[in-house]
Design a protein around this ligand. Structure first.
Ligand code: ADP
Ligand code: F6P
Length: 323
């Protein structure tokens, strides 16, 4: 018999489209399995401060299509302290929370692990646009963010073509280049600069642009991952060295918002459902992940030790296709 009767759910770290779909799934499948579900606002801050209310089937109505997170989110420095964890555990007890579902990134999982050590069972769901969680092939929000960037590239391409310019587009991803590499391929970029791969601006950007121009190319799109940064300086250098007008666009937080794609909604729903299935069986301290294209759950310490790396074959493909 499961000892878990009441679960809490929170979203933590950067918001991501699809977090609402995950929350909805946790609440509805949780109630379906007979669990009481408490919604915690503003990440670990809400757990420390008791910003907690019971969720009902209807409290998650009309949110599946909305970006962001209706529970709101936060980065909570206090939670990184022993005192913060103690306060959170004590507040969880006040509200009778036996276990917690944390929708967030790697940082949020580290916080969740501290909670589990202090006796509150946890289940993590991968929520970040960056796709930078070592144990999962996919993170909730990644697909929507890539589609938002893709839409921007298509628009930028129209104006770059009209002016025969080079557009340098800086995209999010924190220290990871997953968004950059995929949109580089999907958007037909001339070059993609990734934090995972060393590059030489002359060999990898200037020369291909000049060679392209000599073959009659009319415009150029260069994708710079946030982890490389410096899009404005890179655009200046391209203009100086090629004589082709270059413009930099730093897409910024537009990439984090917007209505989630079908893929993000469905994956978030399936992952949310997996979380309550685990908890209803009395199991805790697991991270729900995508592995070999299947939803699995992994022990939290093992999950936090896992690393993944960007596919060298994809990097090579992006170079070949840019020829
Ligand atoms: P993400 O979850 O998207 O990776 P952050 O790295 O900002 O985002 O982490 C979100 C929150 O998780 C932090 O503000 C903090 O409250 C908590 N957290 C992160 N790292 C730790 C840690 N080592 N110990 C305890 N809590 C942590
Ligand atoms: O983790 C998601 C993300 O959008 C990263 O891509 C980016 O580096 C970071 O969050 C930005 O954080 P903030 O919204 O706090 O500026």
């Amino acid at each position: 018999m499961s000892a878990i009767k009441t679960i809490g759910v929170l979203t933590s770290g950067g918001d991501a489209p699809g977090m609402n779909a995950a929350l909805r799934a946790v609440v509805r499948t949780g109630i379906y399995h007979g669990l009481k579900v408490m919604g915690i606002r503003k990440g670990y801050n809400g757990l420390i401060n008791g910003d907690i209310t019971e969720m009902s089937l209807r409290s998650v109505s009309d949110i599946i299509h909305r970006g962001g997170t209706v529970l709101q989110t936060a980065r909570c420095p206090e939670f990184k302290t022993e005192e913060g964890i103690k306060k959170a555990v004590s507040m969880a007890k006040v509200f009778g929370i036996d276990a917690l579902v944390v929708i967030g990134g790697d940082g949020s999982y580290k916080g969740a692990r501290e909670l589990s050590k202090a006796g509150i069972g946890v289940v993590g769901l991968p929520g970040t646009i960056d796709n930078d969680i070592g144990c999962s092939e996919y993170t909730i929000g990644y697909d929507t963010a890539m589609n938002t960037v893709q839409d921007a590239i298509d628009k930028i391409r129209d104006t770059a073509y009209s002016h025969e310019r080079c557009s340098v587009l800086e995209v999010m991803g924190r220290h990871a280049g997953y968004i950059a590499l995929n949109v580089g391929i999907a958007g037909g970029a001339e070059a993609v600069l990734l934090p995972e791969k060393a590059f030489d601006i002359n060999k990898d950007i200037v020369k291909p642009i000049i060679e392209g121009r000599n073959r009659g190319k009319k415009h150029y799109v260069i994708i710079v991952a946030e982890g490389v940064g410096g899009a404005i300086e890179i655009a200046k250098e391209i203009q100086e060295k090629t004589g082709i007008e270059a413009r930099a666009t730093i897409l910024g937080h537009i990439q984090r918002g917007g209505s989630p794609t079908v893929y993000d909604r469905v994956m978030a729903s399936m992952m949310g459902a997996r979380a309550t299935e685990i908890l209803k069986n009395g199991i805790v301290n697991r991270i729900v992940s995508l592995k070999d294209n299947k939803i699995v759950d992994i022990e939290i310490n093992e999950a936090l030790d896992m690393k993944k790396s960007i596919d060298d074959g994809m990097i090579e493909l992006s170079r070949i296709l840019a020829l």
